[in-house]
Write a new protein. Structure first.
Ligand SMILES: [Fe+2]
Length: 391
């Protein structure tokens, strides 16, 4: 997250001699993005992070993706039937394209290895559960409704304190706060739905002073490998900079409300190459005396819309429950299901919580998603036949 943070011990200037108590040098690492031209941090390790003992193949099962053809709206009810696992191998891919992959995971165990995605940032949304993300920058505690943003290249291990349901977005690039929320100095503007105080950085503890054989599973845009390294990756005594994992709770999001219905861009959270993220949180409805609280019918011809339903009544959606994922495909009309408009009139607030991403290239469907599909969803807008009175 691009706010400056400093933790632990760092030397007075970058790139100078910085010595351990035994007289040896700490190993400085530049953790940078977009080459050397975007946000970065400097970390100081007890020992070099480069000591690789062995590299071998990561025999990883990656699903086959198929086009959403014939083009239609889809619903995947993922709450039931997903196999638990760890936060990486336990992922069940649902949708993806060259910009973004979306999966769910029911995490019930600690990863017995470290993981590093060098292909882009990862954004984890915590539907339920709590635990910690361990990284070289320190530990980041997470809880339900947190977004956990993990910069490209971060080595991490996720340890649940209780069973954790995650929605996972893997981007091909950097996931950022939208430009419209920042002033020219990078500070969040007054109209932004969150401020710097809402973002949590990792807490750095004592460095892990261990040598041995440590397994890091590495992925980068479809290339996978297992690295065995000699020095514990969390042997950091200090770091500073603008690039580090962070957490932000959707419960802290301050929604925009209006006289009339506010479209998804009014609920923006993050943006990434080819993707825009938003969140629908409990909020007051529109205050025009004749306002219709639920959305209008529309066909988003330029993007695929993916909603993940977290909690609440989901007033405009029939057959949807917690853990449901809907894909409203570019050009496929959708809107409130029959009865939802009339049912919404006069309501003054909603308790729904749902997270959304729009992608600007078509999403494909992972073969693993079909086990969760409600194949009749695209017919859910059919008006019921009127009941004829008996003569
Ligand atoms: Fe929509």
């Amino acid at each position: 997250m691009p706010f400056y943070v400093r933790a632990g011990a760092v030397p007075s200037k970058r790139h100078i001699q910085f010595r351990r108590p035994d007289g040896g040098l700490y190993a400085e690492e530049l953790f940078s993005t977009k080459g050397f031209e975007s946000v970065s941090s400097l970390l100081y390790h007890l020992r070099p992070p480069t000591a690789t003992l062995q590299i071998r193949e990561w025999e990883r099962h990656l699903p086959h993706f198929v086009p959403n053809d014939p083009l239609r709206n889809r619903h995947f009810a993922t709450a039931q039937g997903n196999r638990p696992g760890d936060a990486v191998e336990g992922r069940t891919p649902i949708l993806g394209n060259a910009d973004l992959a979306l999966s769910v995971a029911d995490v019930d165990r600690t990863m017995p290895y470290f993981y590093r995605n060098v292909g882009g940032d990862e954004l984890l949304f915590v539907h339920r559960g709590s635990g910690k993300l361990e990284t070289p920058f320190g530990e980041l505690a997470y809880r339900a409704h947190d977004y956990v943003l993990i910069p490209c290249g971060t080595i991490y291990r996720l340890t649940p304190d209780e069973p954790t349901r995650l929605l996972i977005y893997e981007s091909r690039g950097q996931i950022d706060i939208p430009r419209k929320f920042r002033n020219p100095y990078g500070q969040l503007e007054e109209h932004a739905p969150y401020c710097e105080r809402d973002f949590r950085a990792p807490e750095l503890g004592d460095p892990v002073d261990e040598r041995g054989e440590f397994e890091i599973r590495v992925t980068n845009a479809g290339r996978n490998a297992v690295y065995i390294v000699a020095n514990h990756p969390f042997d950091v005594v200090g770091w500073d900079g603008y690039c580090y994992p962070s957490a932000f709770s959707a419960d802290e999001y301050a929604p925009v409300t209006g006289k009339l219905h506010q479209p998804p861009p009014a609920h923006a959270t993050f943006e990434a190459p080819g993707a825009a993220f938003c969140v629908f949180v409990p909020r007051l409805f529109d205050y025009h005396p004749l306002a219709i609280p639920v959305p209008y019918n529309h066909s988003s011809v330029d993007c695929d819309e993916v909603l993940y339903y977290v909690s609440g009544n989901f007033m405009s959606r029939r057959g949807i429950s917690e853990g449901s994922i809907t894909l409203h495909a570019a050009g496929a009309p959708h809107g409130p299901q029959p009865g939802a408009v009339e049912g919404s009139l006069g309501k003054t607030s909603t308790d729904e919580l749902a997270v959304m991403v729009d992608t600007f290239e078509p999403l494909q469907i992972a073969e693993t998603a079909f086990a969760f599909e409600d194949a009749q969803y695209y017919r859910s807008w059919i008006e019921p036949e009127p009941v004829l009175a008996a003569r």
